[in-house]
Design a binder for this molecule. Structure first.
Ligand code: NAD
Ligand code: IPM
Ligand code: MN
Length: 354
Protein backbone atom coordinates (compact mmCIF):
# COMPACT_ATOMS: atom_id res chain seq x y z
CA UNK A 1 0.00 0.00 0.00
CA UNK A 2 1.07 3.59 -0.68
CA UNK A 3 0.52 6.10 2.11
CA UNK A 4 1.45 9.71 2.72
CA UNK A 5 2.18 10.53 6.33
CA UNK A 6 2.45 14.06 7.71
CA UNK A 7 5.26 14.19 10.29
CA UNK A 8 5.06 17.12 12.71
CA UNK A 9 8.04 16.81 15.09
CA UNK A 10 7.31 19.96 17.13
CA UNK A 11 9.47 20.98 20.07
CA UNK A 12 11.77 19.65 22.79
CA UNK A 13 12.08 15.87 22.52
CA UNK A 14 9.52 15.87 19.68
CA UNK A 15 12.12 15.69 16.87
CA UNK A 16 14.13 13.01 18.74
CA UNK A 17 11.15 10.67 19.12
CA UNK A 18 9.81 11.46 15.63
CA UNK A 19 13.02 9.98 14.20
CA UNK A 20 12.07 6.76 15.95
CA UNK A 21 8.59 6.60 14.43
CA UNK A 22 9.82 7.40 10.92
CA UNK A 23 12.72 4.90 11.07
CA UNK A 24 10.51 2.11 12.38
CA UNK A 25 7.82 2.82 9.77
CA UNK A 26 10.44 2.74 7.01
CA UNK A 27 11.52 -0.67 8.30
CA UNK A 28 7.89 -1.87 8.38
CA UNK A 29 7.42 -0.66 4.79
CA UNK A 30 10.51 -2.58 3.70
CA UNK A 31 9.55 -5.82 5.46
CA UNK A 32 5.88 -5.76 4.42
CA UNK A 33 6.20 -4.24 0.96
CA UNK A 34 4.54 -0.85 1.50
CA UNK A 35 5.45 2.61 0.30
CA UNK A 36 5.30 5.28 2.97
CA UNK A 37 6.25 8.85 2.11
CA UNK A 38 6.77 11.41 4.85
CA UNK A 39 6.05 15.13 4.65
CA UNK A 40 7.56 17.11 7.47
CA UNK A 41 5.95 20.33 8.73
CA UNK A 42 6.42 22.76 11.58
CA UNK A 43 4.04 23.00 14.53
CA UNK A 44 4.19 24.48 18.02
CA UNK A 45 7.06 26.66 19.17
CA UNK A 46 9.18 25.71 16.16
CA UNK A 47 6.45 27.05 13.86
CA UNK A 48 6.01 30.16 16.00
CA UNK A 49 9.73 30.94 15.75
CA UNK A 50 9.68 30.56 11.96
CA UNK A 51 6.26 31.94 11.02
CA UNK A 52 4.88 33.69 14.12
CA UNK A 53 2.08 31.14 14.54
CA UNK A 54 2.01 27.69 16.19
CA UNK A 55 -0.11 26.21 13.39
CA UNK A 56 0.73 27.65 9.96
CA UNK A 57 -2.01 27.22 7.34
CA UNK A 58 0.37 25.17 5.22
CA UNK A 59 0.88 22.68 8.08
CA UNK A 60 -2.86 22.35 8.70
CA UNK A 61 -3.61 21.94 5.01
CA UNK A 62 -0.92 19.37 4.25
CA UNK A 63 -1.61 17.44 7.44
CA UNK A 64 -5.33 17.39 6.67
CA UNK A 65 -4.64 16.07 3.17
CA UNK A 66 -2.27 13.31 4.28
CA UNK A 67 -3.44 9.76 5.02
CA UNK A 68 -2.52 10.20 8.69
CA UNK A 69 -0.52 12.49 10.98
CA UNK A 70 2.32 11.76 13.37
CA UNK A 71 3.02 14.42 15.99
CA UNK A 72 5.97 14.55 18.40
CA UNK A 73 5.24 17.13 21.10
CA UNK A 74 4.86 20.87 21.46
CA UNK A 75 5.71 23.48 24.07
CA UNK A 76 8.50 24.47 26.37
CA UNK A 77 9.70 27.25 28.68
CA UNK A 78 11.06 29.23 25.72
CA UNK A 79 7.48 30.15 24.75
CA UNK A 80 6.02 30.67 28.23
CA UNK A 81 5.67 34.39 27.74
CA UNK A 82 4.33 34.53 24.17
CA UNK A 83 0.77 35.78 23.66
CA UNK A 84 -1.70 33.15 24.95
CA UNK A 85 -3.30 32.78 21.51
CA UNK A 86 0.09 31.95 19.99
CA UNK A 87 1.42 29.48 22.57
CA UNK A 88 2.74 26.22 21.07
CA UNK A 89 -0.07 24.27 22.78
CA UNK A 90 -2.62 26.32 20.81
CA UNK A 91 -1.23 24.76 17.63
CA UNK A 92 -1.98 21.30 18.96
CA UNK A 93 -5.45 22.22 20.20
CA UNK A 94 -6.26 23.87 16.88
CA UNK A 95 -5.18 20.96 14.71
CA UNK A 96 -7.27 18.56 16.85
CA UNK A 97 -10.31 20.87 16.62
CA UNK A 98 -9.99 21.82 12.95
CA UNK A 99 -9.68 18.18 11.90
CA UNK A 100 -12.50 17.13 14.26
CA UNK A 101 -10.34 14.53 16.02
CA UNK A 102 -12.68 14.12 18.94
CA UNK A 103 -11.87 10.62 20.15
CA UNK A 104 -8.52 10.19 21.87
CA UNK A 105 -7.59 6.56 22.56
CA UNK A 106 -4.93 6.07 25.21
CA UNK A 107 -4.08 2.42 25.84
CA UNK A 108 -2.52 1.65 29.23
CA UNK A 109 -0.87 -1.71 28.89
CA UNK A 110 1.74 -3.23 31.15
CA UNK A 111 4.51 -5.08 29.37
CA UNK A 112 5.48 -8.24 31.29
CA UNK A 113 9.13 -7.18 31.29
CA UNK A 114 8.23 -3.99 33.14
CA UNK A 115 6.10 -5.22 36.03
CA UNK A 116 8.97 -4.29 38.36
CA UNK A 117 9.56 -0.92 36.71
CA UNK A 118 6.47 0.62 38.29
CA UNK A 119 6.69 2.01 41.83
CA UNK A 120 3.51 0.01 42.48
CA UNK A 121 3.47 -3.62 43.60
CA UNK A 122 3.84 -6.23 40.85
CA UNK A 123 0.71 -8.03 42.05
CA UNK A 124 -1.34 -4.89 41.38
CA UNK A 125 0.05 -3.84 38.02
CA UNK A 126 0.58 -7.21 36.38
CA UNK A 127 -1.80 -7.85 33.48
CA UNK A 128 -3.20 -4.31 33.35
CA UNK A 129 -4.81 -3.52 30.00
CA UNK A 130 -6.98 -0.39 30.00
CA UNK A 131 -8.23 1.76 27.14
CA UNK A 132 -8.81 5.33 28.24
CA UNK A 133 -11.07 7.16 25.81
CA UNK A 134 -10.70 10.87 26.26
CA UNK A 135 -13.06 13.40 24.64
CA UNK A 136 -10.63 15.71 22.84
CA UNK A 137 -12.37 18.64 21.16
CA UNK A 138 -14.78 19.95 23.79
CA UNK A 139 -15.20 20.68 27.48
CA UNK A 140 -13.08 23.14 29.44
CA UNK A 141 -10.41 23.24 26.76
CA UNK A 142 -12.64 24.94 24.20
CA UNK A 143 -15.73 26.41 25.94
CA UNK A 144 -16.31 30.14 25.58
CA UNK A 145 -16.06 32.59 27.24
CA UNK A 146 -12.56 32.21 28.64
CA UNK A 147 -11.29 35.56 29.82
CA UNK A 148 -10.15 37.92 32.55
CA UNK A 149 -12.69 40.43 33.79
CA UNK A 150 -12.80 43.30 36.28
CA UNK A 151 -9.36 44.56 35.38
CA UNK A 152 -7.93 41.07 35.70
CA UNK A 153 -9.38 40.23 39.12
CA UNK A 154 -12.03 37.80 37.95
CA UNK A 155 -11.46 34.93 35.56
CA UNK A 156 -13.74 32.60 33.66
CA UNK A 157 -13.20 29.31 31.82
CA UNK A 158 -16.23 27.51 30.43
CA UNK A 159 -17.01 23.79 30.48
CA UNK A 160 -19.37 23.40 27.56
CA UNK A 161 -20.64 20.25 25.85
CA UNK A 162 -23.46 19.69 23.39
CA UNK A 163 -25.51 16.49 23.59
CA UNK A 164 -24.10 15.42 20.26
CA UNK A 165 -20.50 15.81 21.43
CA UNK A 166 -21.13 13.61 24.45
CA UNK A 167 -23.15 11.07 22.48
CA UNK A 168 -20.44 10.47 19.91
CA UNK A 169 -17.65 9.91 22.44
CA UNK A 170 -19.84 7.71 24.62
CA UNK A 171 -20.66 5.70 21.49
CA UNK A 172 -16.92 5.16 20.92
CA UNK A 173 -16.70 3.99 24.53
CA UNK A 174 -19.45 1.41 24.11
CA UNK A 175 -18.17 0.17 20.75
CA UNK A 176 -14.68 -0.24 22.19
CA UNK A 177 -15.96 -2.06 25.29
CA UNK A 178 -18.09 -4.34 23.12
CA UNK A 179 -15.00 -5.72 21.34
CA UNK A 180 -12.80 -5.81 24.46
CA UNK A 181 -13.73 -6.94 27.99
CA UNK A 182 -17.34 -5.65 27.79
CA UNK A 183 -16.91 -3.33 30.76
CA UNK A 184 -17.24 0.44 30.48
CA UNK A 185 -16.37 2.85 33.27
CA UNK A 186 -17.74 6.31 32.63
CA UNK A 187 -15.84 8.83 34.72
CA UNK A 188 -17.38 12.13 35.77
CA UNK A 189 -18.01 14.50 38.65
CA UNK A 190 -21.81 14.17 38.67
CA UNK A 191 -22.03 14.99 42.37
CA UNK A 192 -21.05 18.57 41.46
CA UNK A 193 -21.06 19.33 37.73
CA UNK A 194 -24.17 19.75 35.56
CA UNK A 195 -22.18 18.67 32.51
CA UNK A 196 -21.43 15.39 34.29
CA UNK A 197 -25.10 14.84 35.09
CA UNK A 198 -25.97 15.16 31.40
CA UNK A 199 -23.02 12.88 30.58
CA UNK A 200 -24.48 10.21 32.92
CA UNK A 201 -27.95 10.49 31.35
CA UNK A 202 -26.47 9.94 27.91
CA UNK A 203 -24.41 6.95 29.05
CA UNK A 204 -27.54 5.39 30.60
CA UNK A 205 -29.54 5.93 27.40
CA UNK A 206 -26.81 4.46 25.21
CA UNK A 207 -26.34 1.46 27.47
CA UNK A 208 -29.73 0.18 26.24
CA UNK A 209 -28.14 -0.35 22.81
CA UNK A 210 -25.30 -2.38 24.34
CA UNK A 211 -26.91 -4.92 26.70
CA UNK A 212 -23.73 -7.02 26.81
CA UNK A 213 -21.62 -4.16 28.15
CA UNK A 214 -21.55 -3.67 31.91
CA UNK A 215 -21.59 0.03 32.73
CA UNK A 216 -20.22 1.62 35.83
CA UNK A 217 -20.42 5.32 36.66
CA UNK A 218 -17.50 6.53 38.73
CA UNK A 219 -16.44 9.85 40.19
CA UNK A 220 -13.16 11.20 38.95
CA UNK A 221 -11.55 11.76 42.34
CA UNK A 222 -11.96 8.21 43.60
CA UNK A 223 -11.16 6.88 40.12
CA UNK A 224 -7.78 8.58 40.37
CA UNK A 225 -7.16 6.52 43.50
CA UNK A 226 -8.49 3.24 42.07
CA UNK A 227 -6.51 3.55 38.84
CA UNK A 228 -3.29 3.02 40.73
CA UNK A 229 -4.53 0.75 43.53
CA UNK A 230 -6.56 -1.63 41.35
CA UNK A 231 -5.71 -0.95 37.68
CA UNK A 232 -6.74 -4.47 36.79
CA UNK A 233 -10.38 -3.68 37.56
CA UNK A 234 -10.63 -1.40 34.51
CA UNK A 235 -11.34 -2.30 30.90
CA UNK A 236 -12.56 0.76 28.97
CA UNK A 237 -12.74 4.20 30.57
CA UNK A 238 -14.61 7.02 28.85
CA UNK A 239 -14.34 10.56 30.14
CA UNK A 240 -14.31 14.24 29.31
CA UNK A 241 -11.30 16.16 28.03
CA UNK A 242 -9.58 17.46 31.18
CA UNK A 243 -10.30 14.38 33.33
CA UNK A 244 -8.88 12.17 30.57
CA UNK A 245 -5.76 14.31 30.29
CA UNK A 246 -5.00 13.99 33.99
CA UNK A 247 -6.00 10.35 34.48
CA UNK A 248 -3.90 9.13 31.56
CA UNK A 249 -0.66 10.67 32.87
CA UNK A 250 -1.50 9.17 36.24
CA UNK A 251 -2.16 5.74 34.71
CA UNK A 252 1.27 5.84 33.05
CA UNK A 253 2.74 5.13 36.48
CA UNK A 254 1.22 1.66 36.30
CA UNK A 255 3.13 0.90 33.09
CA UNK A 256 6.47 2.06 34.46
CA UNK A 257 6.90 5.29 32.49
CA UNK A 258 5.07 8.10 30.77
CA UNK A 259 7.54 7.46 27.96
CA UNK A 260 5.64 4.32 27.00
CA UNK A 261 2.12 5.64 26.38
CA UNK A 262 0.94 6.11 22.78
CA UNK A 263 -2.29 7.70 21.63
CA UNK A 264 -4.58 7.95 18.63
CA UNK A 265 -6.86 10.92 18.00
CA UNK A 266 -9.65 9.82 15.71
CA UNK A 267 -12.87 10.91 14.05
CA UNK A 268 -15.51 8.89 12.20
CA UNK A 269 -13.47 8.02 9.09
CA UNK A 270 -10.09 6.27 9.19
CA UNK A 271 -8.09 9.50 9.42
CA UNK A 272 -6.16 10.12 12.63
CA UNK A 273 -3.41 11.96 14.44
CA UNK A 274 -0.98 9.83 16.43
CA UNK A 275 1.14 11.20 19.23
CA UNK A 276 2.69 10.14 22.50
CA UNK A 277 0.79 11.04 25.68
CA UNK A 278 3.89 12.75 27.07
CA UNK A 279 4.99 16.29 26.29
CA UNK A 280 8.13 17.95 25.02
CA UNK A 281 10.09 16.99 28.18
CA UNK A 282 12.25 20.15 28.17
CA UNK A 283 14.27 18.83 31.13
CA UNK A 284 15.82 16.07 28.99
CA UNK A 285 15.50 17.48 25.45
CA UNK A 286 18.59 17.28 23.25
CA UNK A 287 20.35 14.72 25.47
CA UNK A 288 19.57 11.57 23.45
CA UNK A 289 17.98 9.96 26.52
CA UNK A 290 14.24 10.31 25.86
CA UNK A 291 12.30 7.06 25.57
CA UNK A 292 11.13 6.85 21.94
CA UNK A 293 8.73 3.94 22.55
CA UNK A 294 5.58 6.03 23.16
CA UNK A 295 6.06 7.65 19.74
CA UNK A 296 6.95 4.33 18.08
CA UNK A 297 3.87 2.67 19.59
CA UNK A 298 1.80 5.62 18.35
CA UNK A 299 3.06 4.86 14.84
CA UNK A 300 1.95 1.26 15.50
CA UNK A 301 -1.54 2.53 16.34
CA UNK A 302 -1.56 4.50 13.08
CA UNK A 303 -0.90 1.31 11.11
CA UNK A 304 -3.91 -0.31 12.73
CA UNK A 305 -6.46 2.47 13.03
CA UNK A 306 -5.77 4.52 9.88
CA UNK A 307 -4.31 1.97 7.47
CA UNK A 308 -6.01 -1.26 8.61
CA UNK A 309 -2.56 -2.92 8.73
CA UNK A 310 -3.20 -5.18 11.68
CA UNK A 311 -0.25 -7.51 11.30
CA UNK A 312 2.17 -4.65 10.72
CA UNK A 313 0.80 -2.91 13.81
CA UNK A 314 1.27 -6.09 15.84
CA UNK A 315 4.83 -6.37 14.50
CA UNK A 316 5.63 -2.96 16.00
CA UNK A 317 4.09 -3.85 19.35
CA UNK A 318 5.83 -7.23 19.38
CA UNK A 319 9.18 -5.61 18.54
CA UNK A 320 8.82 -3.30 21.55
CA UNK A 321 7.74 -6.18 23.75
CA UNK A 322 10.67 -8.38 22.66
CA UNK A 323 13.23 -5.63 23.05
CA UNK A 324 12.06 -4.93 26.60
CA UNK A 325 11.95 -8.66 27.38
CA UNK A 326 15.63 -8.79 26.36
CA UNK A 327 16.39 -6.04 28.88
CA UNK A 328 17.11 -3.18 26.47
CA UNK A 329 15.76 0.02 27.95
CA UNK A 330 16.03 3.78 28.18
CA UNK A 331 16.92 5.78 31.29
CA UNK A 332 13.33 6.20 32.51
CA UNK A 333 12.81 2.44 32.87
CA UNK A 334 13.97 0.75 36.02
CA UNK A 335 14.87 -2.75 34.77
CA UNK A 336 17.87 -5.06 34.67
CA UNK A 337 19.61 -5.14 31.32
CA UNK A 338 21.35 -2.81 28.94
CA UNK A 339 20.77 0.94 29.14
CA UNK A 340 20.53 2.48 25.67
CA UNK A 341 20.41 6.02 24.32
CA UNK A 342 17.42 7.18 22.30
CA UNK A 343 19.15 6.58 18.97
CA UNK A 344 20.34 3.14 20.09
CA UNK A 345 16.80 2.23 21.19
CA UNK A 346 15.49 3.24 17.76
CA UNK A 347 18.12 1.11 15.97
CA UNK A 348 17.25 -1.80 18.24
CA UNK A 349 13.49 -1.62 17.64
CA UNK A 350 14.16 -1.67 13.89
CA UNK A 351 16.16 -4.90 14.29
CA UNK A 352 13.23 -6.50 16.11
CA UNK A 353 10.67 -5.74 13.37
CA UNK A 354 9.82 -9.07 11.80
P1 NAD B 1 6.18 16.16 29.92
O1 NAD B 1 5.33 15.01 29.56
O2 NAD B 1 6.87 16.86 28.83
O3 NAD B 1 7.28 15.67 30.98
C1 NAD B 1 6.96 15.21 32.28
C2 NAD B 1 8.16 14.43 32.87
O4 NAD B 1 8.23 13.16 32.23
C3 NAD B 1 9.50 15.11 32.63
O5 NAD B 1 10.34 14.88 33.72
C4 NAD B 1 10.03 14.40 31.39
O6 NAD B 1 11.44 14.37 31.30
C5 NAD B 1 9.46 12.98 31.57
N1 NAD B 1 9.20 12.36 30.26
C6 NAD B 1 8.19 12.67 29.42
N2 NAD B 1 8.26 11.91 28.32
C7 NAD B 1 9.34 11.12 28.47
C8 NAD B 1 9.93 10.12 27.65
N3 NAD B 1 9.42 9.78 26.46
N4 NAD B 1 11.06 9.50 28.08
C9 NAD B 1 11.57 9.82 29.28
N5 NAD B 1 11.04 10.74 30.11
C10 NAD B 1 9.94 11.39 29.70
O7 NAD B 1 5.25 17.16 30.75
P2 NAD B 1 5.56 18.65 31.32
O8 NAD B 1 6.97 18.73 31.74
O9 NAD B 1 4.49 18.93 32.27
O10 NAD B 1 5.36 19.59 30.05
C11 NAD B 1 6.41 20.07 29.24
C12 NAD B 1 5.86 20.79 28.01
O11 NAD B 1 5.23 19.84 27.16
C13 NAD B 1 4.81 21.85 28.33
O12 NAD B 1 5.05 22.94 27.48
C14 NAD B 1 3.49 21.17 27.96
O13 NAD B 1 2.51 22.08 27.55
C15 NAD B 1 3.92 20.30 26.82
N6 NAD B 1 3.09 19.12 26.56
C16 NAD B 1 2.86 18.81 25.25
C17 NAD B 1 2.15 17.67 24.95
C18 NAD B 1 1.92 17.35 23.51
O14 NAD B 1 2.51 17.97 22.64
N7 NAD B 1 1.09 16.39 23.19
C19 NAD B 1 1.71 16.83 25.95
C20 NAD B 1 1.97 17.17 27.28
C21 NAD B 1 2.67 18.32 27.58
C1 IPM C 1 -1.83 16.14 26.02
C2 IPM C 1 -1.27 17.49 26.43
C3 IPM C 1 -2.10 18.60 25.81
C4 IPM C 1 -3.51 18.49 26.37
C5 IPM C 1 -1.57 20.02 26.00
C6 IPM C 1 -0.14 20.16 25.55
C7 IPM C 1 -2.42 21.03 25.31
O1 IPM C 1 -1.19 17.60 27.81
O2 IPM C 1 -1.94 15.87 24.84
O3 IPM C 1 -2.12 15.33 26.91
O4 IPM C 1 -3.76 18.96 27.49
O5 IPM C 1 -4.37 17.93 25.69
MN1 MN D 1 -1.54 15.72 28.86
Amino acid sequence: MKKTIAALPGDGVGPEVMKGAVSVLKKVAEVYGHEFSFEEHLIGGAAYDEFGTPLPDATLKSAGNADAILLGAVGGPKWDSVDKTLRPEQGLLKIRKELNLYANLRPIKVFDALVHSSPLKESRVSGTDIMIIRELTGGLYFGMPRERRDGGNTVVDTLLYTREEIERIVEVGFQTAQVRGKKLTSVDKANVLESSRMWREIVDQKSKDYPEVTVEHALVDSTAMKLITAPNDFDVVVTENLFGDILSDEASVVTGSLGLLPSASLRDDSFGLYEPVHGSAPDIAGQNVVNPLAMILSAGMMLKYSFGMDKESRAVEQAVEALLADGFHSKDLDIEGELLSTSEMIEKVMLYIK
